[in-house]
Structure formats: structure tokens, C-alpha cells
Design a protein around this ligand. Structure first.
Ligand SMILES: Cc1ncc(C[n+]2csc(CCOP(=O)(O)OP(=O)(O)O)c2C)c(N)n1
Ligand SMILES: [Mg+2]
Length: 595
């Protein structure tokens, strides 16, 4: 439980005698750390021992992958560092998948990796592996404590760089370096404002925007990370531009705003796609324009090939990386949007002349998409029709709509990787930033549940809901142990379709339904939940979905986690990507029938 009440958050000042463990912990206090996820290990026990005295809650988890995902979710909803720690060797290698996921989610997590002792490294002793190469391509910075005296300095740098470079950093500490006497001063955190970007580029962008007849804003994760929603709204209103959100950043613009048109990309909004296809100028506000997020959907090539693109990103390396751009601005999305508004207010704007026309296009496209979505109660491809025939379970789309309707205000929703989770993209709408916690481009099954647990630790006041397929649930359900032990109350909606559906869809589309390893034999997940000490509920009627969700959210206040097992048909929505697969070709006789 939280030991904050006992902790002393005052950081020691000046250069004083301390142990490296004390230097580590004091530096973390100075950086604002209050929660650390991990599994206990002898490697760092000397530091762990004083966490409570420093007001740091240690949250023991079931698997280190859970710890890093929790740290990720924690930072995504709070904007603060997420922190995790584990035993050298196997505890640390268990972090790998979660660090890669946090890297692509741009989460400022600090992964503390105690290492084999400096006196025996290289001898092949117990729990030894080279821990820096393993993380070298999935971290923004790797700090290695090569001398005890530098513990505070290197710790502080890892925390500073995670914020500066918007991604995971690693703090690697040979385990004998926690001990000893050092003289150290705890560094103050360094936070660098990025500003709006180059003034000349902003002028150029304003000129393009003033001349634009059909400007469209594509708002991305940068709007969320920079807390820039207000400025994005001001820019949109000034231009009267429709705002699409980039793939899986549905919380980067309020869905209730009349200029909101929904997400682009896989299972996104047709209204967003149709409107952006008309754009003569696109403002990519805080988005790297990731390739997966702009692929054709619903058989539609919607990306406007002739539009001028103004790209604003806090990471200069993202500018023009995927799409050819007209203007690149390396800056903070909030500041840049504000700077564009400041320039445009005094300029004549072509987009003012045809406001009514554009307004009508926005309203018509949104209404058409809503109507289509409302009528789209089940999938209509031959496989889906056949497999769902005469089955009493719910259609996934109907269930997702019922969840959307019952969604409590201020909810944080994490989504996993899978067919139904992907389809949910059409039904996830938010008015607040830091609400959608999708597994981003790393795309690992097993992401959503631990991530929402971490989010709940950071924001216990907000409803926390995870959408998870039954296959992905099998990877991650162990963290129910953590929920019960640490009184973390979340809701997990498990889509029980008895299959690794997203991959099965490829068998259907490309492999003549030759199924390999896609069927799932499930226990009663509701019964499993109860045996863990959570609440378990089975829902098989659309009419019961809303009440089940709302009751589960009420239980969160008591620190109780609920697993809602949704019984759904095996029908499957459009696949992730058709472009990455092709029909099988076989040359050898014995494989000829496998085409
Ligand atoms: C860790 C990991 N392993 C494998 C995959 C490949 N994969 C992508 S989607 C998917 C199926 C997901 O099945 P499920 O969670 O049951 O959701 P459904 O598609 O049935 O809705 C798999 C295996 C992955 N993305 N991540
Ligand atoms: Mg499934």
C-alpha cells in the first residue's frame, strides 16, 4: 500500500556524504518519482529498502513485462516519468517487449536495470547478460553507472533525457555499485522548453494556410504530449478546418467539437478520410505521419497526393520522413499552433470565404459515416456471414457500440492488438486528452491490461477500462494478481471469440482457410477472474453490456477489478493490412496444394 504518508520528500541539499543507494533514491525524489513498478530482487534491495522513507511506493507485479507496461500507462496518462526496476539478468530481459512498446508510444519511462557486479562481469556467473546492447535500439538514452560517485549524476541524466527525447531511457547499475560511501550533490531536474519552432518556417506555414481553400488539421500524439488541445481548437476554429486525428490518437481532439471528424487509418472514420482527401493544405500537428496510419482503408486511397503538407513535430528527425512536406517545423505542437494563430489573425484567409461550403461538407460526411456505422451491426464478408449464422453470441460491432454508449465520462481506455480491438477504433471517442492508451506501432498483444493498471495507479480518480482479445488476455491475465494484491480497481473487457482472430483473418483471406494455431480453447475467464479474487461477469446479450460496464466502474472505487467476458461471434472485420501479405506461391510438388 501507499507509504507516501511516511515518506520524506525533502531532497538533501549541497554536497554531502551518502551511499550510492541514497543518491539514487534522493535523485528520484528530486525528479518527482512517487511510484515504481517491479519484482523484488537482491540486486537492488539496498535501494528498495529506503523507498518508503523517501515516499516512493513500490508496486510489486506478477511479471516484469507487466511492470514496464504499467510504467508506460502511468506516464501516458500523467505526463510524468513511469519507472520500473527488476533483478539483473532475467528480470531485466523480461522488460524488453515493454520497452520497445514504450519507445513507439513515446513514453518517458526510466528502466532501472541492475547488472551483474563489476568485479565478476564477463565471467559468466549467475544472472549475467550484457544489458546495454539488448536495449540499445529501443531506448533514447542509456546511462551506465561506471563509478559509484556518479550515481546521482547519471540517474538524473536518465530522467532528464526521458523527458527531453520523449521515450524510454535505461539506467544500468552494476549491483555492487549500490554500496559504499560517496560525496554527492543531487542535481536539479533539467526541463527544456522546445518553443514554437523556426520563425521563418512558421511565417511560411502561415502564408500557405492563409491561401488554403480546404485546410485540414491532422492532430497527433504531440498535441496530447504538449497539452495543446486548447491551441489546436483555436487553430481549427480560426481556419474553420476539419480535424482528423492520427491513428490511435483519438484523444487528441474533442469528439464533441463540431470540427472533429474522427480518426484516420485502420478502422478509422470514413468522414475523416473523405474530408482529408479534399485538402489542399494539411497541417500535421504533432504527428510523425507514421506509415501504418495513412494506409488505404475501406478500399479507399484517401491521402491527398497534391496537398501541401505542413508538418509540426517535436522531433526534427520525423519531419518529411514518411511523406513529402512543404514546410517542416521542429517545435512543440501547442506552441506552434499558438504561433500560427497569432500570425493568422491579422491575415486575410481564403478559408473564410468558403466556410459555409466546408461546414456543409463536414456535417454531411459525419452524418453519412454515423448512419453507415449505425447500420453496420455485423460483418458482411462470406466468412463472417457463414460463421455467425445461427449463433446466439453478440456481434462484435454491436457490443462495441453498446460499450461506447455506456462509456463513463473521463474514462481512460487501453486497447490491445487484435481484430475486435482494432474495430473498436470506430467506437472510441474522447473529449479529454490522455484517455486512449492503444498499443501503438510496436503492436504487441498483451499490452492493454497492464497499461491500464499503471494508468489507474497514476489517476485513481478516472475510470480505467481495457479492451483485450481472448488471445491477448492469455498473455497478460497474470497481472490480476497485482490488481488484487495492490487494490488496483480496473475493468477488463475480454472479447471471447475463441480465436486469435486477427491472424485467422489472414488464413481466411490468403490461405484458403487452412487454419494453423488460431483456435483457442478457453476456460471460463469469469471463473478464472473470481479464483484470482477479482470479479468475473459473463455477458452474452447486447442489452446487458452497458450495465455490466457501469457496475464494474463503480467497483473500481473499492479497488476491485472486474473481468467482463463478452461472448461474441467469430466474425472478423477488415484485416490489419492487405499490403503486407500476398497469395502463397509453391514450386515444390509436395507443397503444390498449399496455394
Ligand atoms: C506478442 C504478440 N504475439 C503475436 C502477435 C501477432 N498477432 C497479432 S493480432 C493477433 C491475434 C489477436 O487475437 P485476440 O487477442 O484473441 O483478438 P481477436 O483478434 O480475436 O479480436 C496475433 C496473434 C502480436 N501482435 N503480438
Ligand atoms: Mg480472440
Amino acid at each position: 500500500m501507499n507509504d507516501m504518508a511516511r515518506g520524506d520528500r525533502k531532497v538533501v541539499s549541497g554536497k554531502v556524504k551518502m551511499t550510492p543507494s541514497e543518491a539514487l533514491v534522493e535523485t528520484m525524489v528530486s525528479q518527482g518519482v512517487t511510484d515504481i513498478f517491479g519484482i523484488v530482487g537482491s540486486a537492488y534491495m539496498d535501494a528498495l529498502d529506503i523507498f518508503p522513507a523517501a515516499g516512493i511506493r513500490f508496486i510489486p507485479v506478477a511479471h516484469e513485462q507487466g511492470a514496464i507496461h504499467m510504467a508506460d500507462g502511468y506516464s501516458r496518462v500523467s505526463g510524468r516519468h513511469g519507472v520500473c526496476i527488476g533483478q539483473n539478468g532475467p528480470g531485466v530481459t523480461n522488460f524488453v517487449t515493454g520497452v520497445a512498446a514504450a519507445y513507439w508510444a513515446h513514453s518517458p519511462v526510466v528502466v532501472i536495470t541492475p547488472e551483474t557486479g563489476s568485479v565478476s562481469i564477463g565471467l559468466g556467473g549467475f544472472q549475467e547478460t550484457e544489458q546495454l546492447p539488448i536495449f540499445s535500439r529501443i531506448t533514447k538514452y542509456q546511462g551506465h553507472v561506471m563509478n559509484q560517485k556518479r550515481m546521482a549524476e547519471i540517474t538524473a541524466r536518465c530522467f532528464d533525457r526521458a523527458m527531453l527525447d520523449m521515450g524510454p531511457t535505461q539506467l544500468n547499475i552494476p549491483r555492487d555499485f549500490f554500496y559504499g560511501d560517496i560525496e554527492a550533490e543531487i542535481p536539479k531536474p533539467i526541463r527544456i522548453g522546445r518553443g514554437a519552432g523556426d520563425a521563418g518556417a512558421l511565417d511560411e506555414a502561415a502564408k500557405l494556410l492563409a491561401a488554403a481553400k480546404f485546410p485540414v488539421i491532422l492532430s497527433g500524439g504531440g498535441v496530447i504530449m504538449s497539452e495543446g488541445m486548447k491551441e489546436a481548437i483555436a487553430l481549427a476554429e480560426l481556419l474553420h478546418a476539419p480535424v482528423a486525428s492520427s491513428y490511435l490518437h483519438n484523444d487528441s481532439f474533442p469528439a464533441s467539437h463540431p470540427l472533429w471528424v474522427g480518426p484516420l487509418g485502420y478502422q478509422g472514420s470514413k468522414a475523416a478520410m473523405k474530408l482529408i482527401s479534399k485538402a489542399d493544405v494539411v497541417i500535421a500537428l504533432g504527428t510523425r505521419l507514421g506509415p501504418f496510419g495513412t494506409l488505404p482503408q475501406y478500399g479507399m486511397e484517401y491521402w491527398p497526393k497534391n496537398a501541401k503538407i505542413i508538418q509540426i513535430d517535436a522531433d526534427a528527425h520525423m519531419l518529411g520522413l514518411v511523406k513529402t512536406i512543404s514546410v517542416g517545423i521542429c517545435g512543440d505542437a501547442r506552441e506552434a499552433a499558438g504561433a500560427l494563430v497569432a500570425r493568422l489573425v491579422s491575415m486575410p484567409m481564403a478559408s473564410q470565404q468558403n466556410k459555409a461550403e466546408r461546414d456543409k461538407a463536414i456535417k454531411d460526411e459525419k452524418a453519412a459515416w454515423e448512419k453507415e456505422l449505425e447500420a453496420w451491426t455485423h460483418e458482411t464478408d462470406p466468412y463472417s456471414v457463414e460463421i455467425a449464422k445461427g449463433v446466439s453470441a453478440m456481434h462484435p460491432r454491436q457490443m462495441l457500440r453498446a460499450l461506447e454508449r455506456a462509456m463513463p465520462k473521463g474514462a481512460m481506455v487501453s486497447t490491445d492488438i487484435g481484430n475486435i480491438c482494432s474495430v473498436s477504433n470506430s467506437y472510441l471517442r474522447f473529449d479529454e486528452p490522455r484517455s486512449m492508451l492503444a498499443a501503438m506501432s510496436f503492436g504487441n498483444c498483451g499490452y492493454a491490461f497492464p497499461v491500464v493498471c499503471g494508468a489507474k495507479v497514476a489517476r485513481p480518480d478516472r475510470p480505467a477500462i481495457a479492451y483485450v482479445g481472448d488471445g491477448a488476455w492469455g498473455i497478460s491475465f497474470n497481472e490480476m494478481l497485482t490488481c488484487v494484491r495492490e487494490r488496483i480497481g480496473v475493468t477488463v473487457v475480454v472479447f471471447n471469440n475463441g480465436q486469435w482472430g486477427a491472424e485467422k483473418k489472414n488464413h481466411v483471406d490468403f490461405y484458403s482457410r487452412r487454419y494453423q494455431g488460431v483456435e483457442l480453447e478457453n476456460p471460463s475467464w469469469a471463473a478464472v477472474a473470481k479464483s484470482f479474487g477479482c470479479e468475473g461477469v459473463v455477458v452474452d446479450k447486447v442489452g446487458d453490456v452497458g450495465a455490466a460496464l457501469q457496475e464494474s466502474v463503480r467497483r473500481q472505487a473499492d479497488g476491485k477489478t472486474t473481468i467482463i467476458e463478452m461472448m461474441v461471434t467469430k466474425e472478423l472485420g477488415d484485416p490489419f493490412r492487405r499490403d503486407a501479405l500476398s497469395k502463397p506461391v509453391r514450386h515444390l510438388e509436395k507443397y503444390k496444394q498449399f496455394t
